[in-house]
Every structure is written in structure tokens, then in C-alpha cells.
Design a protein. Structure first.
Length: 277
């Protein structure tokens, strides 16, 4: 059984099969989580040191340790972990998708796209891989490919709010009509990032979205503010307000967790504007 992680960077964890011969239940639980990367790295390493682990469990531990290393911004170590996961289980699409994300976040678009290609070949209905490849194609300057990928991601997972947002961005950059209003019929508009969607529909202002990002949990608030600033920057850029866009995108580049897609894409947007992050 696999477990995807509901965070913006979309690195994918999956679950180790318990019991093991040497690792403890708590170590399995730590390796299977994304909230504390250091604890996850320690636990996954302990599992990898166990002499009697199955090849499957070792592949999972390498993948999950790669996720943790990616969250810390240590992409070279993450890629090394994904390499081992792929060596142990070359028919699993998850590590290819994750390694693609690590290459993407390093700024290496070509190997990233190659990995997404392989993930999709292994699992043609892997919506997240289409989304990731679509965003990478967008910032690699391949707008028609980005549009095709995001349309396919939307077909496979029409309830995914971020896919709808990115598809709307690419539709507008392709001078195509928005389909975001239709998409909201299948998206849960009672939870985040619904305020961002309402921004793109013209129902809220960037300031209102930022207010809606407030949350008593500081971590949740930080993640939502990240999205509010990034997508707010994209929205005002669509209106030709380059100075306002640069200000919001710069906030996203400064404040977004570095494991988030929005952090890296904010830097790309600022570079395209000729602005320093």
C-alpha cells in the first residue's frame, strides 16, 4: 500500500511493510512520514542497515529517505537515494517521479523530464507525474507540451485543485479560454486552495486571499501564505502589474519552504521578469 503526501512539492512516500526483522515500529512510522525530515532520514537509514530487510522494504526506505533529503534541499543525496530505489525496483514509477522532482528543483530540466517520461511509461495514469512534467515543460519553454500534460493530469484527476490552477495559468499563457469555473464543480471549494481559485475567477483580491491564508497552526499558515503570495503574483502579472507581481513573487521566494514547488517557480518567474529573487 502506498501513501501520497498532500504537500505542494508532491514528492511521494509509500509505506513499508511491517514487521521487519530488526527495525522497530517507531522507526517504520518515522521513515513513512514527511513532517520531520531529519527523523525520517535517521529512521530510514536504520532500516537500511538492518541485514534481513526485504528488497521491497529497502527500495521503499531509499525512496522515503530521498523524499526527506529533498525536503532539506539536499538534492544530490536525494538523487542517490532514488537511484538505489530504482535499482532495487525498476518497475516502480514513484522513485522516477521523485527523482524527476529533485532534478527539477536543482534546475536540471532535461533529466527531470526524462524521469517523468519513465514514470508515465510505467504508470500511464500517474496524474501527479503529468502535473510535474507539465510544470517543468512550462518553465523549460515548451508551452504546447505543458498544456498537453496539464490537460491529461486534469482528465486523470479532475478533483486536484492545484492541477486546475496550473492548467488555468498555462491556458492563459497560450491565449486559450479559462476552464477554471467548470473545474470548480469537481473541486472541494470548502478548503485551501479554494481562495486562490476564487482569486483567479475574479471573486477575491490578493489581499483577501492572504487574509484567508491565516491559520492557528504556524506551519499551515506559512504554507498557505506561500501559495497566496506565489499565485497572487501570477494573478497580478496576468493583469500587467509587473511591479506588484515582482513584490509578491519575491515574498514567495523568501518565505516559501524550499521543498515547495512555489519556491522554485517564484525564482523562475522573477528571473523571467529580470528581477533578482
Amino acid at each position: 500500500m502506498r501513501l501520497s503526501v498532500a504537500i505542494a512539492p508532491a514528492f511521494l512516500l509509500y509505506v513499508l511493510a511491517f514487521p521487519a526483522f530488526a527495525a522497530s515500529r517507531s522507526e517504520y512510522d518515522q521513515c513513512n512520514q514527511s513532517k520531520d525530515p531529519d527523523a525520517s532520514i535517521t529512521a530510514c537509514t536504520r532500516i537500511l542497515q538492518a541485514s534481513n530487510e526485504t528488497a521491497h522494504n529497502r527500495a521503499v526506505a531509499y525512496n522515503n529517505r530521498g523524499v526527506a533529503n529533498s525536503a532539506k534541499g539536499d538534492y544530490d543525496r536525494a538523487i542517490a537515494d532514488y537511484n538505489e530505489a530504482i535499482r532495487l525496483d525498476p518497475k516502480d514509477a514513484f522513485p522516477f517521479n521523485n527523482r524527476g522532482n529533485a532534478y527539477r528543483d536543482k534546475g536540471d530540466n532535461d533529466p527531470a523530464i526524462a524521469d517523468y517520461n519513465e514514470a508515465i511509461r510505467l504508470d500511464p495514469k500517474f496524474a501527479q507525474a503529468y502535473l510535474n512534467r507539465g510544470r517543468t515543460n512550462l518553465y523549460a519553454g515548451a508551452l504546447p507540451k505543458a498544456l498537453a500534460d496539464l490537460n491529461r493530469a486534469s482528465e486523470l484527476d479532475p478533483k486536484h485543485a492545484y492541477t486546475a490552477l496550473w492548467l488555468d495559468i498555462v491556458n492563459k499563457r497560450s491565449n486559450l479560454p479559462s476552464r477554471l469555473a467548470q473545474a470548480t464543480t469537481q473541486i472541494d471549494m470548502t478548503k485551501w486552495p479554494a481562495p486562490v481559485i476564487r482569486l483567479f475567477l475574479g471573486q477575491l483580491t490578493p489581499e483577501a486571499v492572504l487574509a484567508a491564508a491565516d491559520d492557528p497552526n504556524p506551519k499551515t499558515k506559512n504554507e498557505r501564505v506561500c501559495g497566496a503570495n506565489f499565485f497572487g503574483g501570477i494573478f497580478v502579472l496576468q493583469q500587467g502589474k509587473k511591479d506588484d507581481a515582482a513584490r509578491l513573487l519575491r515574498l514567495a521566494a523568501m518565505e516559501c519552504p524550499k521543498r515547495f514547488v512555489e519556491y522554485h517557480r517564484a525564482i523562475d518567474e522573477l528571473n523571467a521578469l529580470g528581477e533578482r529573487p
